[in-house]
Design a protein around this ligand. Sequence first.
Ligand SMILES: [Zn+2]
Length: 258
Amino acid sequence: MPDSKIALATAAHPDDVEFMMAGTLALLADAGYECHIFTIGNGNCGTASHTHEEIIRIRGQEGHDAAAVIGATYHNGLVNDIEIFYEPELLRQVTAIVRQIQPEIVLTQSPQDYMEDHQNSCRLTVSACFTRGMRNWITHPWVEPTLQDVFLYHCQPYGCIGPLREQILPSIVVDVTDKIDVKEEMLRRHASQKEWLDVSQGKDAYLVAMREGCEIMGQMAPKPVKYGEGFRQHLHVGHSAKDEDRLSTVLGDRVQRL
Ligand SMILES: [Zn+2]
């Protein structure tokens, strides 16, 4: 099957992709990739004032607006926050979306992260990529299996630390210096979170935290860069016929191995 030139970033909540992976996704868009963002949760718990229905609608629209900054397509969340479980019905739905999109490069969250939603979204994404070609794995809705290679990468957990306080180091750092303003613009589109976090953490604290995280990643690169995003590549078995670091192939010198 020919290479698909389609990239998908998945995460638990609207704004997670923008926080941890959007610079790399923006670079892939520049490289000619059709880009998609899919959050498995709908963000319903990210509010101190809106009703359940209001915040789901608001955060869905924010997800679309943020994706539009780089010409990406946003796919709305399937379940409520904190209800993201590794279970068959949700995996059938996530697999249906992965089969519809047919991505070649998939960016997702870390298998170890401070929040169970993030870890479960990661597991669902990995399994959906694995089952994309299995005819007897029934998806909801039914979508024909696909057989393209998938190159799967995990972004860093929040604070580069796992839930047992273990340090998580990336194996590659992507230089996103040219895209840091685009990344910030995407994050700003999640205005409901800005309002909420400004009250609880101080004005624009989440934008500052995003930049600081990218500065720390940039410094980890063998040849340090101003802003970086760190990733670990998933083992290729079950996902691609050959063992290749497709992000490095596509993004060239912007990717440094640790
Ligand atoms: Zn999250």
